[in-house]
Structures are given as structure tokens and as C-alpha cells.
Write a protein that binds this ligand. Structure first.
Ligand code: COA
Length: 243
């Protein structure tokens, strides 16, 4: 099994676990990601994506990539799975220790929130292998760090170290290796304290193309304004004894 799933009430932790191949993402991992997404689409929970043995993922599996054909490229095998991860109803947190390269970086870009350790090395060396980064980097990276920086990274293939990734906003915080998962859980705890539907609708609004704003917000808010949970939470605030 290349992806370990730890299911909890309000979150799922998925750990890439193929350390002998530096967690390279192969077809088995992609199939497991689809299965995980199917579960989270039915039963929405925050997802924490992590690596193992000091590596997040050293890329798509180059041994499998080498044999793929034009037809395989057109199927967008990794892109399809990463888009599904990105579109999960609840937030996705990538906890990145060590290498996140190529497809591994693109899986991290698909998350809503990225945190890392000082040993982070993140980037897309695909052009060095004679291919393009086609599983999200060319459209997600400009959105995350801006077009100029994304162009520099993708056109040179260089990897960012932790501090630079932090200052570029590619990751939002750095933690010692032992503190990385606890930090991801602390973020999941904050999310769990909020109304799940409001969280899902916020994520949906964030992912909606610019031309559809603010109509989308009005529709989502219209539903929430009528929700019993909104009434309960606002009443609880107004009736706080400590005020
Ligand atoms: N696909 C397939 N196998 C990979 C892999 C990948 N993306 N990354 C690492 N591996 C395999 C190696 O082939 C090696 O297998 P082997 O033991 O059977 O020879 C094993 O994982 C260990 O890799 P190794 O390179 O010895 O580890 P390292 O710790 O010295 O270096 C990296 C780690 C990440 C710097 C190095 O493995 C690397 O550059 N990987 C490829 C990165 C890349 O180009 N990714 C983009 C792919 S789209």
C-alpha cells in the first residue's frame, strides 16, 4: 500500500508511504488518491496530506512516466487526481517535509494550505526530463506565487529551499520535523471549530472564477443565512454570559 489512510471523525490523514522510491507517485498511488477522494466527497472532512521518512514526494514515478505514450498524456492521469484533491469539499492541508518535486510539488500545490519543515525542497524539474509539468504547476503556481516567480521556477526547473518558499508565500509556515504533523492538526482543529458548511462554501467561493463573483457569494450566503447552525452560533455569541 503506497498511501496510508487514517480516518478520524473530523479529518483524514493520508500518508504517502513508498520510502524506498522517495514516495514517487505511481499508478497505485493515483488509484488510492481517487479512492480517498471518493470517500471525502461522500463524507466531507479536512484532509491532511503528508509524506514519510523525511520526504513528501520526489515526483511522479519516472519509471512509469518513461513508458507513457501520447494517449496516456492526454488522459492527464496525475492532473485528474490532483484536480479532484483540489476540489474536495473541505480544506486540504499539505504537510511537507523534505522533497516535494515534480508531481509531488503539484500534489502540494493542489492543497489549500501548505506548511513545511526547514528541509523543504520544492520545485518542478520536469523540463530536465524532457516533459512539462502538466499536473497543475503551470496554472496553480502563478495563482499561488504570481506569474513572474512561477515562470522563473518552471522555466529553470530549480527547487526552492524552505526560507525562500516561505518568503514567496508558497508555504505559510515552517516547523521542525517533529512539530509538522501537530501543526497540521492544529490547523485542522481550528477548521473543526467552525461551521463545516460555511467552511465548504468559503472554499467553493474561493475556487469560483472571477466572472461569477459576487453572485456566487450571494447564493451561498442566502442558504447559510437560513441555516439553523448560523442562528445557533450567532445566538450563542449574543448570549455569552461573560460579556
Ligand atoms: N520516480 C521513480 N523513482 C524515483 C523517483 C521518481 N520520481 N525519485 C526517486 N526514485 C527512486 C530512485 O530511482 C531510487 O531507486 P533505486 O533505489 O531502485 O535505485 C530510490 O528512489 C532512491 O532515490 P535516490 O535518488 O537514490 O535518493 P536520494 O535521497 O539520493 O535523492 C532525490 C532524492 C529526490 C533528490 C532524487 O531521488 C531525485 O532527484 N528524484 C527525482 C526527482 C525528479 O526529477 N522528479 C520529477 C519527476 S516528474
Amino acid at each position: 500500500m503506497t498511501l496510508h489512510i487514517d480516518e478520524q471523525n473530523d479529518r483524514v490523514v493520508a500518508t504517502l508511504d513508498r520510502p524506498e522510491k522517495r514516495n514517487a507517485i505511481d499508478q497505485e498511488t493515483i488509484d488510492a488518491l481517487h479512492e480517498l477522494c471518493a470517500m471525502l466527497e461522500t463524507s466531507p472532512r479536512t484532509l491532511i496530506l503528508a509524506g514519510s521518512a523525511g520526504v513528501f514526494a520526489a515526483g511522479a514515478d519516472i519509471a512509469q512516466l518513461r513508458d507513457r505514450t501520447a494517449d496516456d498524456a492526454r488522459k492527464g492521469i496525475n492532473a485528474t487526481a490532483f484536480i479532484r484533491v483540489h476540489e474536495l469539499p473541505m480544506p486540504v492541508i499539505a504537510a511537507i517535509d523534505g522533497y516535494a518535486l515534480g508531481g509531488g510539488a503539484e500534489l502540494a500545490y493542489a492543497a489549500d494550505i501548505r506548511i513545511a519543515t526547514p528541509s523543504l525542497r520544492i520545485g518542478n524539474p520536469e523540463t530536465g526530463l524532457g516533459i512539462i509539468a502538466a499536473a497543475g504547476a503551470t496554472w496553480r503556481l502563478p495563482e499561488i506565487i504570481g506569474e513572474a516567480r512561477a515562470s522563473e521556477l518552471l522555466l529553470t526547473g530549480r527547487a526552492l529551499e524552505a526560507e525562500e518558499a516561505l518568503s514567496w508565500g508558497l508555504v505559510s509556515s515552517l516547523h521542525a520535523t517533529d512539530d509538522l504533523l501537530p501543526a497540521a492538526h492544529a490547523i485542522a482543529d481550528r477548521i473543526a471549530a467552525n461551521d463545516p458548511l460555511a467552511t465548504q462554501y468559503t472554499k467553493r467561493a474561493l475556487g469560483t472564477p472571477r466572472t461569477q463573483h459576487p453572485a456566487i457569494e450571494f447564493e451561498l450566503q442566502a442558504e447559510l443565512f437560513e441555516s439553523p447552525e448560523k442562528h445557533r452560533r450567532m445566538t450563542a455569541f449574543l448570549e455569552r454570559k461573560s460579556r
